[in-house]
Design a binder for this molecule. Sequence first.
Ligand code: FUB
Ligand code: ZN
Length: 643
Amino acid sequence: MSSHTITTTSAPTAAPAVPSTGRLRPLGIDAVRITGGFWGRRQSVNAAATLPHIGERLESEGWLPNFDLAASGALPHGRRGREFSDSEIYKYLEALAWEIGRTGDASHEERFRAVVARVSAAQEPDGYLNTHFGREGQGARWSDLEWGHELYCLGHLFQAAVARERTRPGADDLLAIARSAADLVCAVFGEDGIQSVCGHPEIEVGLAELSRVTGEPRYARQARLFVDRRGTGSLADIEWGRSYYQDDVPVREAEVLRGHAVRANYLAAGAVDVAVDTGDGPLLDALRTQWANTVARRTYITGGQGSHHQDEAFGEDWELPSDRAYSETCASIGSIMFAWRLMLADGGAQYADLIERTLYNVVATSPAADGRSFYYANTLHQRVPGIPADPDGTSLRASSSLRAPWFEVSCCPTNVARTFASLTAYVATTDDQGLQLHQYAAAEIDTTLPDGQRVALTVETNYPDDGVVRVIAGRSSRAPWSLTLRVPSWAEGAVLRAPGEDDRVVAPGTVTVRRAFEEGDVVELDLPMQPRFTHPDPRIDAVRGCVVVERGPEVFALESVDSAAAALGEDVSDLRIDASVPPHETGGRVYVRAVRSNTGSHAWPYGGVDVGTPSAPQEVPLVAYHDWAGRGPSTMRVWIPAS
Ligand code: FUB
Ligand code: ZN
């Protein structure tokens, strides 16, 4: 572990992950407030539309009423939803908890309390809590660890309780509910208990945070047991192999994430928690390696992960097909959880870079602008126009080629909701030297540094519409402290302006201004936002010969609605970019020069194919990937053939 490791001793921080030690301390939603802009708008839509939408669906789908049935003794009769549907109630509660902590909204508070009461009523006297197992006519408790998701659901319950305790300590019974369930888990799965793990990791990260919030070491020990048991073959082998649930190789021996992409990331996040809290350097090293290899070889340009529809899993190295990209929204959220925890441990800008990429290009892509429909899988190439989902129906998870209001497996909407509600906690951290800004959003920050100095900052920015980030000191400081800003990896030529310094070009990574700030001092980072071509590693066969257009943190896409309007037709698969002409921005839109190849029709698509007579070049606008399909059904591609 780094020699700069610090220990968190201060009052509880209102953030999803609060490690006991690490290079950086998170700043919670009590210290940071996003005041507008790209993320502020999404937080508002999340609060006003997504949370009520989820609440309505959890009722109408029967997933919340399952708890009422459990309480009244009616189960299993009338139970609806998949075996893991309880988890959506817990993610919803977590989202509400962060939202209440963020805004204090009374209607969310009322709703939260009502849902907690229904969950509480369903809990068995010994702490057991699950609507799918344990009653006559249901499977026995813990009888299907591979697929049953009992511990997975409890992990989400624990995260919800942690969110509540860190935002409204002692306000209701949720923490007691979680503790009672956790005590049972420790009794059943402890050192002398069932020597196995849950097929879907998540309990690890939940137990680790529950231990941090309660100070109960048994929960941390149980998290460690689950991490140590994983990869020892305690789960049954299945057709996709034990790698599907990461039970193929012990966590500390693995070199890359593999198998189901949500499972892999949740496990890795929980394993970082265990490594940090127990000072397990080798385990943390293994996770750093896994993260680096996964980012280098198994991650889409959007930050998305998961190349297989069949098992929702990572592919092999370089197996990153655009048209079969699974890139589940939840996998991205798991990836953010993993990267954030490594960043708190190590402080590297590369982690915040991936988080930014993933937030803008997967998490922001999933919900529609109105916050009431979602992508579950995030393809990078839509070959045929999507079919609108039934607004009152329930879609199959990956079948929706347009955003859908709800899914038979609806893990992603609740995951988006809890991420947006807690997003403020990913903006900034502190260490013994000062404060670090990792994500750029219009914000107010008010905190006390470890040396006792109160620091107030205003961040003014229209990022990513433009690249100017102004950080204004709201107080004069009595002693120098360090303000550190992330310079994204793509931001070659960024310029820093700081009081008392000459303007300077700063390299990607981080830049620090250390001074005794006067109230009104401005530190300005000017990030270059001209659009750029990005080329793939040649080993990613699926996109060889293609380019992507990026601008700042955003990935762009070519959509048929735009190619048709630019007289290039609706078939985006027959378009080529002229890569000798740089992409450019006009009137707020990003353009490329493209031609239609006019490839002829033929009976056999190999050998001697008529490569066509290209059309006249046209300037065609691209759309930010997170906005694609916002204008109705379309075809779309992110990677575009270049000549
Ligand atoms: O199994 C629970 C959740 O449902 C997973 O995380 C998602 O991938 C979906 O399969
Ligand atoms: Zn999901």
